[in-house]
Design a binder for this molecule. Sequence first.
Ligand SMILES: Cc1cc2nc3c(=O)[nH]c(=O)nc-3n(C[C@H](O)[C@H](O)[C@H](O)COP(=O)(O)OP(=O)(O)OC[C@H]3O[C@@H](n4cnc5c(N)ncnc54)[C@H](O)[C@@H]3O)c2cc1C
Length: 820
Amino acid sequence: MAADQELPSSARVVVIGGGVGGASIAYHLAELGERDVLVVERAELTSGSTFHSAGLVGQLRADPALTRMNMYSVELYRRLKKGEHQLGWIESGGIKLASTPERLEEIRRQISWARTYDLPLHEISAAEAQDLFPLMDTEGVVGAAYLESDGYLDPSQLCYALAAMARSSGVRIAERTRVLGLDVRDSRVRGVRTDRGDVECEVVVNCGGVFAAEIARMAGVRVPLVPMSHQYVVTGPITPRIEKPLPTLRDPDLLVYFRPEVDGLVMGGYERNPEPWTATARTYDAVPADFNGRLLPPNWDRLEEIAANAERRVPIMGAIGVRTVINGPEAFTPDNEFCLGETDVAGFFVAAGFCAHGIAGAGGIGRVMAEWIVAGEPSFDVWHMDLNRFGAQYGSPSYTLKRTVENYQSYYDIPYPGVQRQAGRPLRVSAAYAWHQANQAHFGEKAGWERVDWYESNSAAGDPTLRPRGWAGRYWSPAIGAEHAQTRAAAGLFDESSFAKMEVSGPDAASLLDWVCDNNVTRDIGAVTYTQALNSRGGIESDFTVTRLGDDAFLIVTGTAFGSHDLAWLRRQARRRGARVRIGDVTGKFGCFALWGPRSRDLLAALTPANTSNEAFPFMTSTELTVADVPVRALRVTFVGELGYELYVSSEYGSALWSALWDAGRKTGLVAGGYRAIESLRLEKGYRVWGSDITPETNPYEAGLGFCVKLDKPGGFEGRDAMRDVKQRGLSRRLRALVLDDPRAVVLGSEPVRVGGQVVGRITSGGYGYTVAASIAYAYLPVEHATPGTRLSVDLFGDWIDGVVAREPLFDPAGERIHV
Ligand SMILES: Cc1cc2nc3c(=O)[nH]c(=O)nc-3n(C[C@H](O)[C@H](O)[C@H](O)COP(=O)(O)OP(=O)(O)OC[C@H]3O[C@@H](n4cnc5c(N)ncnc54)[C@H](O)[C@@H]3O)c2cc1C
């Protein structure tokens, strides 16, 4: 659409931003048949971060879903190249070097889980890497991975190609059209206000790149991203000329990447002293209004470290000189994952924060977002990229900045499991925090909360010889086993105050939850129900417990990290159904202490006048009682497979409650325990964890949670039809517990599972079970390989460890320890 053509007054979907993100989403919307789409771009196509991108397309990421999205991008780029589109796609192959033994371990782990996606990543030696990239010096290189389908392209041409294809399917593109405001009424977006007139619409997609946070603020929405300056150099010509085409090359230990560029090289990296741009601790980003098609001045000081490293790896760098330095802003997020999805404003979507891998991701991003907009949900599990993962603390510019800068600094660090981030800590703490500190708690951080992983003070009671081999043993203490064992033997006290808690109330609360949950949660007052919330395909969007507090009031408790996500999901469902409900986040209002173990009832009984017998206070019910001097809501539930309670307490009483329980319990063998013991206990019992064992890509039947699915519930529920279909069709796979022959070989997640030489599944979660004395893992297996007793093997860092499909649960299969 030429700039002098009139802007349409309406379109069903308005995409803001003509970078690679906006162009790809517009193209994929048209592919799905959504033709009434208008892209508005304040300058020209590709005048944001896209035009100055280095254009590397690496597919492998730490997140499996993103890896699959990037694989789709490559498929798309190949397809476009075969058509008439020039995008400069060169499938050059890509090398990732290991310049430390630890990096080689990471590479081997990646090679192992890449197998589960048919991604042909394989290990090569330093000499083979040099053969492929003859300019490199192999000093210090201990190995490498090679992926022949990686490559690079011209980002602007990619953007033009996608825009051209979108246009040819009917999408309109209005350049030189700046969005100045968003029309939001009744929490729904109704249109965009531009400098060329207003456009009414049902859906707005914010693809504003570094401007995305600013655009979101027009609708009162917070998108926590920070424009970060990112630099690379284009070198002078290499002489003598290298005839052989070079692959891309990454050396994360030296913080640098390379790709061929005409007769020279592109070299960039992730320096340890990064520079945010236009965002400060006290102000949100304020990108200048005329920052179109522009770059930032080179910052040689910041380049120094990576330039020196680059020369170490590719010595010719010192001689060929620098032709240009490109310093451009790019939208980074606090956790290096994208910001995708629908916001709290209905119809207002965001696709931004691409953290310097937006070219690699563009194809997948376009596809996922188009599905989300057209079908209401994406076909991939994009939870790690869902905008709704961020808690309220990311409303703070200083917190967002700290976390984002730390993330940039550690961009290339090895993501060891359990490795703890430090920026902005401590932020959210429980009422018993001081007690935990005084008792040598080892804290992990989740969603801003300080949570006890274990108490080092318990380690003397543990067995150091049980330390798992390799990475699983890095972040570990004998205390974990001691806390586990003592919980099974007597009782454990766990601080779960970080649990996300929501209150749903109002005249339509019951009917809304009836619709959202697959289980029947609207039972008697005081009933506690474990349920899943499904999407329309029957995928598990979340799982939580629901306690009926009154006719029109419910308490929902979900995992620490999932609060914002589940809250957004519930609110969206309420909006869609026009339900008259209040959905409040009461996470901080209540602490939660879990008291579990065979002696837990005696302990509780000693502190309360209430009748705690099994008859008076049965499993999966809730009651209000006092514990010592403290009023408490107690839920008789368990996540460890033992008799016990979760005690919800108004936060101001939290410290008193913890002390009362501890003082009463220590004489009878009570142990204070952390999350790592809980993890080990739950693995033995086979309790599923959302985000790993169950996700939007799995359904309750295959996950072994079919007991929750109440197909005949009057009025039905979201996902019921899909569940009926699944039941009728039968299952093709099942989530199974595996036991490895070597108890010191402990999985971390995502490892491939092999039966008879063929990869048949991928580990969802696992760990060591201290009571059953076994290394446990979970995986979805094709039904023909899911029979207990089936022998299989699991790839741990390149070693195939034998194991067997076990009968579930491994501990207390009759549930005798719970129903007493
Ligand atoms: C130096 C550098 C090197 C990089 N190298 C790589 C790489 O090798 N590989 C890789 O995968 N990624 C790389 N990236 C990242 C990649 O370039 C980006 O992730 C990607 O281009 C972002 O695309 P986008 O569509 O989100 O944003 P943009 O390209 O910035 O597009 C956003 C658009 O929105 C428009 N806009 C903003 N506000 C408004 C408004 N109010 N009204 C209308 N329009 C508006 C802007 O004008 C802009 O054109 C690199 C980035 C940089 C900075």
